[in-house]
Write a protein that binds this ligand. Structure first.
Ligand code: PEP
Ligand code: MN
Length: 359
């Protein structure tokens, strides 16, 4: 960290600043060394050591009268960074690996609606070649009048669908008080939805309760969260010792909502694979918001390096209680609006991409 002082500072100002610097470092247990440089034009204090903790005191330092600006050199995240670990972490869920040589696919309806619907969705997803079943039991909806999910009954039905299909379960957790309940119903992957991307209490609680288990967190990007802040959210989980973290991009708010529900941020997969060592799943349903754009969004995400796709699919999308227009037909074969074709083609493209980019 470099602290640049105003050009006319004197010895007393310098003394005042280093005193405050050491006080703040002590407060956050940061072991630091500093050197004062009294150049004519540029009086600075160069700070070395554990400055990461100190970054959080930046604003307080900036308020000191002699300080002109603070230049942080430490990165805002560490454990998630490629600089810390240069290969993609592989997350394993019930023997299925995400982040390696095989495309991982997670499919199922937006919400669990009934026993018949979720069991049929699970069988269709398995038959179409999906690796995991998705389905929301607790649904965070924009309107309080929309279907809010079957809640605990939904978790019970997901467990039943898992037993009948053999597919592990991915479902959204909206409240940390329910983590124990989700564990009782044997949920495999805890999805953190876009609205909770920066709910740090939820992230801390997930890390605390799931670390050391075989559970994983599918961590979605907030619809208006810059990538750096998003990676810092993942850092909450990693620094809380929760290692099984899968990133999930799902589109962001943009200037046009007429043709797509969100701005499709597949290009950001490339940025994340460059900066970050976590596996990445792309949500091909919520980004475009329309069934006919799911296929190309999937190919695009894979082109940019995604390791998996999450795909909404319903036995009868016209009757779905949420997100029907973006859901594929779970049972349809052959067509691009059917789940099996999308999974097959995306898998082939994934294999091709790996062959041509890794040789
Ligand atoms: C979902 O997966 O159904 C969902 C609500 O996703 P998001 O949080 O990305 O909107
Ligand atoms: Mn949905």
């Amino acid at each position: 960290m470099i602290i640049r002082l105003k050009h006319d500072v004197n010895d007393e100002d310098m003394y005042k600043t280093v005193t405050r610097l050491t006080e703040l470092a002590d407060e956050v247990n940061a072991k630091i060394h500093y050197r004062t440089v009294f150049g004519e034009e540029l009086p600075v204090i160069a700070v070395k050591g554990n400055t990461r903790n100190l970054i959080h005191s930046k604003e307080r330092l900036e308020q000191l009268e002699p300080v002109q600006e603070i230049i942080a050199i430490a990165d805002s995240f560490k454990l998630a960074s490629r600089k810390y670990r240069d290969n993609t972490r592989i997350v394993t869920v019930n023997g299925i690996e995400i982040g390696n040589g095989r495309l991982c696919t997670i499919a199922g309806p937006c919400a669990v609606e009934s026993e018949e619907q979720i069991v049929r969705s699970a069988r269709d997803a398995r038959d179409a070649g999906a690796d995991m079943l998705r389905g929301g039991a607790y649904k965070p909806r924009t309107s309080p009048y929309s279907f809010q999910g079957l809640k605990e009954e939904g978790l019970k039905l997901l467990k039943q669908a898992k037993q009948e299909s053999g597919l592990p379960i991915v479902t959204e957790i909206t409240d940390q008080r329910n983590i124990g309940l989700y564990l009782d119903y044997d949920v495999d992957v805890f999805q953190v939805g876009t609205r909770n991307c920066q709910n740090y209490d939820l992230l801390n609680a997930l890390a605390e309760d799931l670390k050391g288990t075989d559970k994983a967190v599918l961590y979605k990007r907030g619809f208006a969260t810059p990538l750096e802040e998003y990676i810092q959210g993942a850092e909450y989980l990693l620094s809380g010792d929760m290692q099984n973290v899968i990133l999930c991009l799902r589109g962001i708010k943009g200037i046009d909502q007429k043709y797509t529900r969100n701005t499709i941020d597949t290009g950001d997969v490339s940025v994340l694979t460059k900066e970050c060592n976590l596996p990445i799943v792309y949500d091909v349903s919520h980004a475009p918001g329309h069934r006919d754009l799911v296929y190309s969004t999937g190919l695009g995400a894979i082109g940019h390096g995604a390791h998996g796709l999450i795909i909404e699919a319903h036995p009868s999308p016209e009757d779905a209680l949420s997100d029907g227009p973006q859901s594929l037909y779970s049972h349809k074969n052959g067509d691009k609006d059917g789940l099996a074709r999308v999974i097959d083609d995306c898998r082939q493209f994934y294999d091709l991409r790996r062959r041509i980019t890794e040789q």
